[in-house]
Design a protein. Structure first.
Length: 240
């Protein structure tokens, strides 16, 4: 089996930590990103990991990007669907554009990346698909009807696809992080962040590396009996 992994949104936050952890575990890694060239340049300089720019919201760009990565690095055995955005608003103020952007990236983006790779993985009889959902897709969150819908959709997608992949050697799993100290959360106003931390039983935000270690575990060849699973890594937040 080839050890080539692609991580969408792999140049910052959870994705960057995941790309590094996979590299440390012996994978050749491609880190995809959408538009922040400076972050991608710095990430490449620090880690040596190859970066690739396209939007996961664009199906044709995903198909072309995957083909390019396979030409450069070899057959992809691990896909980490990590790219995600927020466009928060209370529902009575939410615009159709805010809905479409979040669904387009966080849910359709997962289809767009998984679909072109699926036939390749089926032909090779091996694959690991790992999608980063969210605790807010499990329990809902005020101001995030778009985000919670997309992230809940990722969980349903995972369960259905796990059944289809089971006899083809492809496992499909989803990780639901709680609040992790990345740009996405650190741009939340400090007072709101303190209120969030007060709701987390372990009393702190998670670290990106803590999610990255979950990905490496699910990506491993030895994790073949785990499929259709939802791994909740949230400091106990879903319990309260
Ligand atoms: P960050 O905002 O820190 O990083 C997001 C990454 O995704 C960047 O590399 C960004 O690229 C990339 N990205 C965004 N849109 C696209 C797109 N259309 N195509 C390709 N790449 C894209 O996010 P986090 O690390 O915080 O979050 C990563 C994932 O984890 C997301 O799916 C998020 O929903 C989920 N999550 C995060 C939690 C948290 O507390 N942080 C909690 C639960 C889930 P660029 O740099 O070019 O903008």
């Amino acid at each position: 089996m080839s050890k080539v992994a692609i991580v969408t949104g792999g140049t910052r936050g959870i994705g960057a930590a995941t790309a590094v952890a996979l590299k440390e575990a012996g994978y050749k890694v491609a880190a995809n990103y959408a538009g922040n060239d400076e972050a991608a340049r710095n990430f490449h300089k620090q880690t040596g990991i190859a970066t690739y720019k396209w939007s996961v919201a664009d199906y044709d760009a995903c198909a072309a990007g995957i083909a390019q990565v396979e030409t450069d690095l070899g057959p992809i055995s691990v896909l980490v669907n990590n790219a995600g955005i927020t466009r928060d608003a209370m529902f009575h103020k939410m615009t159709r554009a805010q809905w479409d952007e979040v669904i387009g990236t966080n849910l359709s983006g997962v289809f767009n990346m998984t679909h072109p790779l699926w036939a390749r993985m089926r032909a090779r009889k091996f694959g690991r698909i790992i999608t980063i959902s969210s605790v807010n897709g499990q329990k809902g969150q005020m101001g995030q009807a778009n985000y919670s819908a997309a992230k809940a959709g990722d969980i349903g997608f995972t369960k259905a696809l796990a059944l289809e992949g089971a006899r083809a050697g492809i496992t499909v799993n989803v990780i639901c992080p709680g609040y992790i100290a990345t740009d996405m959360v650190m741009t939340v106003p400090e007072k709101a962040r303190e209120a969030i931390i007060a709701q987390i039983p372990v009393g702190r935000l998670g670290e990106a590396e803590e999610i990255a270690r979950c990905v490496v575990f699910l990506a491993s060849e030895n994790s073949g009996f785990i499929t259709g699973a939802t791994l909740s890594a949230n400091g106990g937040q879903y319990l309260v």
